[in-house]
Every structure is written in structure tokens, then in C-alpha cells.
Design a protein around this ligand. Sequence first.
Ligand code: ZN
Length: 154
Amino acid sequence: MEFIVAWVLPIPLEAHLVFERIGKKWQCPWCKSEQVTGKRAKRVQTSTWVELAVRKSEPRWVCEGCAIEVLYACNAEDFENSEDYNKVKRIARQEGLELSRFRCQCIEQQLEVIASQSLADRGPLDERRAFAAIRAWLQRVLVQLDDRKLRDGS
Ligand SMILES: [Zn+2]
């Protein structure tokens, strides 16, 4: 089976570890549904969280579900027509970023993760190829975003 990568997350942490890290209860700022509530809560065992650079302030932890939806949409060539376009637009506004800037930062962080973890350079060959392919893809989307900014004069 072919190994395909459609988004690249930073290393996820379980909720109780996020709780330890930030020292307080926390709610996913994007869906307001997933929660980090301390060790004893049952919910704690089920959710995983990632730290995203596009969050305007600490804590930068969002639930993995939101992170995947947002990154998957941002990576799409046909972003404007993607299913989660409106959700991403709302979140970008919430984070105080222009939509194209928000998208750039999401893509840049994924490229950083690939580079810092050498994902395209080690591990099984099919995984390396898959990460090299998404790296090339993300770089191309970034170039298109830059071109568009130049065209729009923004
Ligand atoms: Zn969420």
C-alpha cells in the first residue's frame, strides 16, 4: 500500500501531559469542545493535543482534531473550495491574522516539522518518499501564495 501524507503535525501530547505542561485547565480555543481538565477526568485519556505556531498567544495547544482539519484545508490547492474553508477563515480572524498569512504560517510550521525531525531523510523508504512528496507540495503551495500576494499587491 502506498504511504500518503496529507498534513504534518508536531508531536502530539495526551491531555494530562498538556495539563502538566501548562499547569491549568484548558479548552481548545478553536472548537471550544475538547478540554484539558486534569488527571482524574475521564475525558483526559481520550484527547491528544498539538502546539501550533499560528496561535496568537500562549497556551498554543489546540486539539488534534482541529489541527488536522485546519492543516488539511490549508494544504489544499483548491483551498477556497475546501470543506473547512469557512472554519479556517473564522479561526484566522480569531487569531488576528489575515487568511493568507495564517495559511502561510500553517504550511511553514509543517515544513519546519519535516526538517527538524528529518522525516524525509530517515525511516522506511515509503515514508521518506511520502514526506518528501508533501514537502515539495507544501513548498509549491507557498510559492503560489506568494505569487498571489504579489499580484494582489498585498
Ligand atoms: Zn478543537
